[in-house]
Design a protein around this ligand. Sequence first.
Ligand SMILES: Cc1ncc(COP(=O)(O)O)c(C=O)c1O
Length: 484
Amino acid sequence: MALQRYLLKRSHEAGEKLRPLLFRSFSSIAAPALHPFDYAPNAYNAPTLPSFDYSPKAYKGPLGDEILQKRKKYLGPSMFHFYQKPLNIVEGKMQYLFDENGRRYLDAFAGIVTVSCGHCHPEVVNAIVEQSKLLQHATTIYLHHAIADFAEALASKMPGNLKVVYFVNSGSEANDLAMLMARLYSGNLGMISLRNGYHGGSSGTLGLTALSTWKYSIPEGEIHHVMNPDPYRGVFGSDATSYAKDLQDHIDFGTSGKVAGFIAETIQGVGGAVELAPGYLKLVYDIVRKAGGVCIADEVQSGFGRTGSHYWGFETQGVLPDIVTMAKGIGNGLPLGAVVTTPEIAKVLAEKIQFNTFGGNPVCSAGGLAVLRVLDKEKRQAHCADVGLHLIERLRALQQKHDIIGNVRGRGLMVGVEFVTDKKEKTPAKAETTVLFEKLRELGVLIGKGGLHGNVFRIKPPMCFTKDDADFVVDAMDYAMSKL
Ligand SMILES: Cc1ncc(COP(=O)(O)O)c(C=O)c1O
């Protein structure tokens, strides 16, 4: 038996060594439905990727080591990468990614990054290409139908009087603009955001981002970070009233009773897929409005039907914000963001100059409009509800089996799995999470990692992720945890 295992291991290692050579030499040959390099190491009955009828194109570009050297030489040292040996990803197709050797990975994280409909969705790609062939311009100074069509379509997705759209190029820009609007409209300076929240990397949004202010102690105007209504780790559990009281105290004692606005992700993404205590937003929106402020929902990660139950994350809390910000999935990979607000708030900005060279450019607008169309046509919200339910059920069953899983949470395809070494103390299993993270990559799953302690798996795949994919993620986690 030992000899058999040894031989299997050696044959796998030999196969791994041959794989790059084989792929780079023969990848132009038509491949069968199941690509021979799809499979994760299977010598010890490791789970295998669901089949996928696609062969990546031959990659002839520079390899990872060379790219890494160039990055180190020419790019900022603050740039970080995932994995001890970083991946050189060269192609994407729907919910899958391919590395330089043609190996396929299930992308369980792209939704957090940028992709909603799936990598290189043909309809979105086509819209971008066709518009690029015709015109790309900073065209808000001239007329162009793409920006108007996209704004109309986006406004049709918004409830209430949220009907005025501004296009920008990223989530940080969207939140910067929202904060500016809040301050101009209210005439106040103080902003309130949640601890454990993330709102961007610009100098303005870093102040809102309590997660980063642990690292950046640069004052960014008047910003108050209130207690996070985290049902798992928060001191008040799911008691929304007590967390709301903390916010009220900040207003009463920290801002002399007046604020410009309050911003929160409706489900925290970078912070580890944290859903806010039920009822929290309703309570604090009331408090903030009484103090003269406006309420901003950051939907950069939670919007566009990802939660399954609702199109927007804020709807899960039954509230209507004054300003909504979005980015990432809105463009399926394009640099695109948006702010949607009411005509009343927009009026204040009209008294100033507001200009963004590429905000709403024809190519991004055409792509963004195609994204909205595809999400509707392919019924992705309902799909997220269905697949998300299955995923969460399977993860909860896994939690019964492995003590290291402290918490499974989320909605639709925005899911978090928190690892702890002690369930009662909720001690973050930081080192173990890192080991599991690397192990999953070996098995063919690219997942996200987050939370203040880096002990949460964030599962937020493109919305075309299937139940088979969900099963593969859970089986791979089960396998990896059993080897811990
Ligand atoms: C909730 C949220 N808001 C804003 C941002 C900032 O977006 P960007 O990186 O596009 O500036 C992010 C990025 O991770 C985010 O997760």
